[in-house]
Write a protein that binds this ligand. Structure first.
Ligand code: 0O2
Length: 267
């Protein structure tokens, strides 16, 4: 097939990957902005290379005409989560979205692959607007934990290096590493609540500090400079104490002061 024709085929897939990466990243941002926990840690996307598509065609006896129907991962999205529980949260989130429709799902976490590979796979129908109008295409979404991703990335590059001839000794070590990753994910799940509490406290503090700094900055424009500097010193003092309740009290008081100035400037 000519390179120009490949470009034409792959272009909508590039658009789909770009759009979905933006959409899932937006979910992370939206959660962070309101200080709620984001089940998604990282999102990556890629369009399969032409050589990789051809390799798969050869391996599975797929003709050129069948490529778009039979190769489900031309567009691939990878969603990385911190905890196993988050994976199922993301799966539900995807099932309930209006902009995609689930075609199939494979749970390689409950049914671990022979290689030791674990991940949750979803193939979805997704529509992009191309120059020729709307086009519905397939996108594969792989959802895994950070630990699963670490293992899969290393195993994938070793598979690529050794093709079908991975030395027995290496293969054994990879299986052992896969077992260790299962234990690691289980350990993380058992301390999930504690980790989430700590992260939550961190987010609350970060949002509060951002609010305070914006308020102080705005006060510089309307209030007496010496008074604002006093407020700023007070903020640094409380911040250095590290007491979240005190910081919260200070934030509320600052809100009242700022509100007073706002009312004054309007009146
Ligand atoms: P890429 O882009 O190089 O990652 P098949 O595609 O024939 O393997 P199937 O049923 O079409 O099988 O798809 P499957 O097994 O559900 O998922 C395919 C993709 O999952 C693979 O894509 C990998 O990304 C990932 N995967 C599946 N098994 C393993 C494994 O044992 N180790 C690792 N590291 N990844 C795996 P491709 O085709 O390899 O493409």
């Amino acid at each position: 097939m000519e390179i120009q024709l490949w470009r034409e085929i792959l272009e909508p897939y590039t658009l789909a990957v770009d759009e979905l990466v933006v959409k899932f990243n937006h979910l992370i941002e939206a959660n962070r902005r309101v200080g709620t926990y984001a089940p998604i840690e990282q999102v990556m996307g890629r369009v399969k290379t032409i050589s990789s598509i051809l390799e798969k065609c050869q391996k599975k006896g797929i003709s050129m005409k069948e490529i778009e129907d039979k190769i489900e991962d031309i567009a691939g999205i990878r969603i990385v989560c911190q905890f196993i529980e988050d994976i199922y949260h993301v799966v539900n989130l995807i099932r309930n979205r209006q902009d995609m429709k689930v075609k199939s799902e494979k749970d390689y976490i409950k049914s671990i692959k022979e290689s030791g590979y674990r991940s949750y796979h979803m193939v979805v129908y997704y529509t992009v607007e191309s120059l020729k109008g709307p086009k519905e295409l397939l996108v594969e979404i792989q959802i895994r934990t950070l630990a699963m991703n670490f293992w899969a990335t290393i195993e994938h590059s070793l598979q690529y290096k050794y093709k079908r001839n991975m030395p027995e000794r290496l293969s054994e070590r990879l299986h052992k590493a896969a077992d260790a990753i299962v234990v690691l994910d289980e350990e993380m799940a058992s301390v999930r609540d504690e980790i989430l509490d700590a992260q939550n406290a961190f987010n609350i503090k970060a949002n509060m500090v951002a609010d305070i700094l914006i308020n102080i900055q705005n006060l510089y424009g309307v209030a007496n400079k010496r008074e604002v500097m006093k407020i700023q010193d007070e903020f640094f003092r409380i911040y250095n104490q590290g007491d979240l309740d005190e910081l919260s009290k200070f934030n509320r008081e600052l809100d009242v002061i700022s509100e007073g100035y706002r009312a004054q400037s309007l009146g």
